[in-house]
Design a protein around this ligand. Structure first.
Ligand code: ARG
Length: 572
């Protein structure tokens, strides 16, 4: 598609000496107020070189470029050249692009031959998969889809928390207070119960902590009985997680979690030693990071057992050797900022020049209206329950509003789960937020249901045209676009035009909310167009043009929703 900014840059380069077309392109702005043009070029920087006032320069440039057929008109206002695009030229370009790219509109191949690892979700086995985990899962999935859409070679990794001292605790608790039947009947509830029970009892009897540590060491050394229990807990937990992933439509290429690295620790430790990075401190081994204003990284405990951070160092090295990544992304809560800063620093100190290609992508906390949740004391909301509740509530709304659907169950699932995901991806990821049912299911707010509803509305307009999509597109080629050059149509087309840039920006900033924002804007703009204009008019030429624009809006919303991991209902 024509990059209009670049075209303008090239045009300006013909008039202005001393700056390249690229530099000029970078100076072109999009005014927030569309009355000031579609694009604006500030002339302040030119004054010194050209020895004229910025206002005079702006006036000269405006006169010289105004003849170009790209523009409807060009004005100078003070130091700015304000450019108004020729709407018909613009429309033709944008609509043809969407019509030819279809499901690929917004994609590119910039990522070709570069591998990006996206690590997300990574729940802890035998601890509940709670609503706090939804953030990593949903943000990570969207980031993976963005990179995939941009042509990167992606690997999705679930770095399961399936190792560590908490497994000592689980096993101890199971042996003291558990029984097999409960675990078989309802694994997550039973396992979580043990975890809670352990902490309650350990407060009264601290020797349990010692027992748990010893049990974990036996597990690390491959003791048969402990290993069998651990494997069983792991399998049961994975089965439960699988249910949630299925509901969310999420998959992984690898479930290599912490335990996967348990036999790769020796190498890390000896490498650290060889590189003179290890310091002994009260029997434990640490890497001193005081030079970087961080507390030391504790890599082995007194009893020789390794830690979370040791496994992360091993994982990064393994991934580089196994996948040779271009970037290795970790979607993990901001509470772990220090942890990531520490181990990435350690990897750098080990001399790996790729250390900074490991990137922590933090996000803020979710809390419920009644305060933050905590796993330790068992006051937690399960993700699966949240999703089921979302579906249930959506079903009620669908029945109450008499929403148009062929299958209430299917639509309730698409919309309910879509609402939860959309809400997650609506705010900048770093912000903490409070989860509120009323907000996320509001069909009129800036929500998932609203955008899906708008999509279904556009789909219904196209159905009511009584033609299939191919025929709408082929007739559209000869459409008279004069009919869609008014403000509401033009505004919509501009938002559609921006979509590919927003996709790119969202990937680059690891910020799916940029795409969410854009499709909300497109949905709102389409609804204005829909209300202002009659689409299925008598006049064939006019109808052709309007249907083409409707198609483009629908297709762009669809591509955006799918990138976020949200389904698109054809009827609603
Ligand atoms: N299992 C951890 C948790 O739930 C998250 C793992 C993050 N990934 C990592 N490579 N450290 O807190």
């Amino acid at each position: 598609m024509i990059n209009f900014k670049e075209q303008i840059g090239a045009l300006l380069a013909e008039q202005i000496e001393g700056l390249t077309a690229e530099e000029l392109t970078a100076m072109v702005e999009v005014p927030t107020d569309s009355k000031l043009g579609d694009y604006a070029f500030p002339c302040f920087r030119l004054a010194k070189v050209m020895r004229k006032s910025p206002a005079v320069i702006a006036k000269d440039i405006a006169e010289k470029i105004s003849e170009n057929e790209m523009f409807e008109r060009v004005e100078s206002v003070n130091a700015y050249v304000n450019m108004f695009m020729g709407r018909e030229v613009f429309m033709r370009e944008v609509l043809a692009e969407v019509a030819s790219m279809k499901d690929r509109y917004g994609s590119s191949d910039v990522g070709q031959n570069r591998k990006v690892i996206v690590e997300y979700s990574s729940p802890n086995i035998a601890k509940p998969f709670h609503i706090g985990h939804i953030r990593s899962t949903v943000i990570g999935n969207a980031i993976y889809k963005l990179y995939d859409f941009l042509g990167f070679d992606t690997v999705r990794i679930n770095h399961l928390g399936d190792y560590g001292t908490q497994f000592g605790k689980m096993i101890v608790a199971y042996r003291h207070w558990g029984n097999k039947e409960d675990v078989v009947k309802s694994p997550m509830e039973a396992l979580r119960g043990y975890y809670v029970k352990f902490h309650e009892e350990a407060e009264k009897d601290p020797s349990l902590e010692e027992e748990a540590r010893a049990t974990f060491t036996r597990l690390e050394n491959g003791a048969e009985e402990e290993t069998a229990l651990w494997e069983w807990f792991r399998d049961e937990s994975l089965r439960e997680f699988g249910k949630v992933y299925k509901m969310l439509g999420i998959e992984f290429d690898s479930y290599a979690g912490e335990s996967f690295y348990s036999d790769k620790m020796g190498r890390v430790l000896s490498e650290l030693k060889d590189k003179n990075l290890l310091v002994e401190s009260e029997g434990a081994q640490i890497v001193d990071l005081s030079e970087y204003n961080m507390s030391p990284a504790l890599v082995t405990k007194k009893d020789g057992s390794t830690l979370y951070i040791t496994r992360d160092i091993a994982a990064a090295i393994y991934r580089k050797e196994h996948y040779d990544f271009y970037k290795n992304l970790y979607i993990v809560a901001s509470q772990q900022n220090l942890h990531f800063q520490q181990w990435i620093q350690v990897v750098e100190l080990m001399g790996y020049e790729w250390a900074r290609s490991c990137i922590h992508i933090p996000f803020g906390l979710v809390s419920l209206d009644d305060g933050t949740m905590s796993t330790r004391h068992g006051r937690v909301v399960f993700l699966e329950d949240v999703l089921n509740k979302a579906i249930e509530r959506t079903r009620e709304i669908i029945l109450e509003k008499k929403v148009n659907t062929e299958d209430v169950d299917v639509t309730a699932k698409q919309v309910g789960i879509g609402a939860v995901i959309f809400n997650e991806l609506s705010n900048g990821r770093i912000k903490d937020y409070v989860f509120s049912w009323d907000k996320i299911l509001n069909f009129d707010g800036e929500t998932g249901p609203y955008v899906q509803y708008t999509y279904a509305r556009a789909a219904s307009v196209l159905r009511n045209a009584g033609e299939d999509e191919e025929s709408i597109l082929s007739k559209g080629q000869s459409a008279d676009l004069q009919y869609i050059c008014n403000d509401s149509a033009y505004e919509l087309a501009r938002l559609i035009y921006e979509f590919p840039d927003r996709v790119y920006e969202a990937a680059e900033k690891y910020e799916p909310s940029i795409v969410t924002r854009q499709i909300v804007d497109i949905a709102q703009s389409f609804n204005r167009f829909y209300h202002n204009e009659h689409i299925l008019v008598e006049n064939e030429d006019e109808k052709k043009a309007k249907l083409l624009l409707t198609y483009a809006a629908k297709q762009t919303i669809k591509n955006g929703l799918l990138l976020l991991g949200i389904e698109v209902p054809e009827r609603m």
